[in-house]
Design a protein around this ligand. Structure first.
Ligand SMILES: Cc1cc2nc3c(=O)[nH]c(=O)nc-3n(C[C@H](O)[C@H](O)[C@H](O)COP(=O)(O)OP(=O)(O)OC[C@H]3O[C@@H](n4cnc5c(N)ncnc54)[C@H](O)[C@@H]3O)c2cc1C
Length: 94
């Protein structure tokens, strides 16, 4: 299931940074919201805007939702080494 929160809603609630990106916590929660996550190009992680990162972020959010449902602590998102490799392979670190 995909939930799209219109950016103007987040803007009105000061959830966007100066570049118009959604401000997220290390767990990829939208800052100040308990159950709303943001992943991919729209969020203000310091990673490059790449599909590989978006996919890894999605997997991290799925794990955190499962942990939350089990009553456990959410974990910060950690970029995987394979993602770094994919970025290099795309020529982003020249
Ligand atoms: C030319 C180009 C080449 C690229 N090459 C690579 C590459 O080689 N490797 C790589 O890893 N990444 C690459 N990227 C980056 C990659 O495409 C993005 O990082 C990735 O698609 C981000 O995924 P996303 O889900 O965050 O956003 P998107 O893929 O942009 O998906 C957002 C979706 O939300 C939909 N949407 C928007 N607003 C609404 C709304 N209000 N209601 C409902 N739906 C809405 C859009 O139609 C879209 O389908 C490239 C990007 C570009 C532009």
């Amino acid at each position: 299931m995909t939930i799209v929160v219109k950016l103007f809603v987040l803007k009105g609630a000061s959830k966007l940074d100066e570049n118009g990106l959604v401000k997220v916590t290390p767990e990829l929660l939208v800052e100040g919201l308990e159950h709303v996550y943001a992943i991919g190009d729209c969020c203000n992680t310091d990673q490059e805007k790449m599909a590989a990162h978006a996919q890894n972020q999605g997997e991290s959010v799925c794990r955190n939702i499962a942990l939350a449902l089990a009553g456990s602590e959410k974990r910060p998102y950690k970029p995987s080494e394979s993602t770094t490799y994919k970025s290099s392979a795309c020529g982003d670190h020249r």
